[in-house]
Design a protein around this ligand. Structure first.
Ligand code: 9MR
Length: 381
């Protein structure tokens, strides 16, 4: 019996097994069959999704129902980033973030904060003075501290884990040349973690990045975390953003990184998971949002729907990924999808606008895809 079949019919069997009726062993087995992703992975890792504005405002009922049913951890896709929440020096836009955090609390979910320090979506004001000149090191450190104290402080005890620093590395393993690095120097990494610890001593603190399966980037992330640990800085986990393709990266590369980060004694998390199966306009891999392309003919091949053969490839890919995650369930604390249903995925517009993308487990009508079933099977083993 397929998992999806059992998911739909388990409640009926459960009903039939109560009262005067006794159950056969297959009926009993169906009773124990998990009926959601979170239930299937219970005891192994949390399973989550990133929420968008409509979802936290309750404007997308079908998605909200799925989130409550399937997931036990949530991430904010955009509302806690520095630009949206702190658009001007003395202006904070807390409302969407408050709603997000309240949703997590009401539904008893492991609630993630994303993200305190990132080069992208940092508001322009933060790096310049009133005359538009680049600020000095002390000023930027002060602003960073104020931001972290205000935002992480506001959600103290409510946000369970923070992506403290996001995407500080280039794919070749060098430190990304950002304003944070340019103005403060390498110490900005340490400071971000220190300020976060001060703002909420109980929250878990993470380093989060994409393409951490690449050997050079893996080594660099290990070095980065080790460096912080040697300075006595608390780092609780590494988030491996899972912006993967249908045929890259290899499972071996992902596995090597899971092992390398676990060897540091920190939690490993698969964050931002989605599988892109649309044609690749360049050789790009990863999630550098600055890398975009003008729409071109031939690059939106599944505008009318996904052929069965491609659906099957996606299903196989998800099965392979989750078999790997299941194998390493002693190291992995959380797997979070970057979105709920295909409809709203950022991959409909990146790296090329207006495409029809199919990267998640739920289709545009919020129905589970065959890949959902494959994931249920893989984590239920
Ligand atoms: O999914 C997010 C998209 O809606 C935003 O426009 C974009 C720019 O802020 O960020 C996307 O999320 C990114 C995440 O915050 C960090 N890793 C890469 C993700 C995909 O770009």
């Amino acid at each position: 019996m397929s998992v999806f079949y059992k998911k739909r019919f388990a409640p009926l069997l459960l009903l039939a097994c109560t009262g005067a009726y006794s159950c056969s062993s297959s009926e009993q087995a169906a009773e124990e069959t998990p009926t959601s992703l979170k239930e299937a992975a219970e005891g192994d890792f949390y399973i989550g999704a990133a929420l968008n504005y409509d979802q936290v405002y309750g404007r997308e009922e079908e998605a909200v129902a799925l989130i409550k049913e399937e997931f036990n951890t949530i991430s904010p896709e955009n509302m806690l980033k520095m630009g949206p929440i702190h658009p001007e020096q003395n202006v904070y836009n807390f409302e969407p973030a408050d709603k997000y955090v309240a949703f997590g609390e009401e539904n008893d979910m492991f609630t993630i904060g994303h993200t305190l320090v990132w080069h992208s979506q940092a508001p322009d004001w933060i790096f310049v003075d009133k005359e538009g000149n680049t600020v000095g090191r002390d000023t930027l450190l002060q602003r960073m501290e104020d931001h972290i104290a205000t935002v992480a402080g506001r959600y103290k005890g409510k946000i369970d884990g923070w992506d403290v620093v996001n995407e500080a590395l280039e794919d070749d393993g060098s430190l990304r040349q950002t304003k944070w690095l340019e103005i403060i120097g390498e110490e900005y990494l340490q400071k971000a973690f220190e300020f976060a610890k001060e703002a909420d001593p109980e929250a878990e603190l993470y380093y989060n990045d994409y393409s951490l399966w690449k050997p050079a980037k893996r080594e660099a992330a290990v070095h980065l975390v080790k460096n912080l640990q040697e300075k006595g800085i608390q780092v609780d986990g590494v988030g491996m953003q899972g912006h993967y393709g249908i045929d890259y990266p290899s499972l071996e590369d992902i596995e090597a990184s899971i092992n390398a980060f676990a060897d540091l004694g920190v939690k490993v998390m698969i964050t931002e998971l989605d599988v892109d199966l649309l044609p690749n306009p360049s050789n790009r891999q990863g999630a550098d949002i600055a890398m975009t392309f003008e729409p071109q003919e031939g690059f939106n091949p599944y505008a009318e729907g996904l052929p069965d053969s491609v659906q099957q490839k996606l299903t196989r890919r998800y099965a392979d990924l989750f078999e790997l995650f299941h194998k390493h369930r002693d190291k992995i604390s959380r797997v979070t999808f970057w979105g709920v249903a295909d409809k709203h995925s950022w991959l409909n517009d990146w790296p090329m606008e207006g495409r029809r993308s199919y990267p998640l487990l739920f289709d545009r009508d919020y129905q589970p895809k065959p890949a959902y079933e494959a994931v249920m099977e893989a984590v239920s083993e």
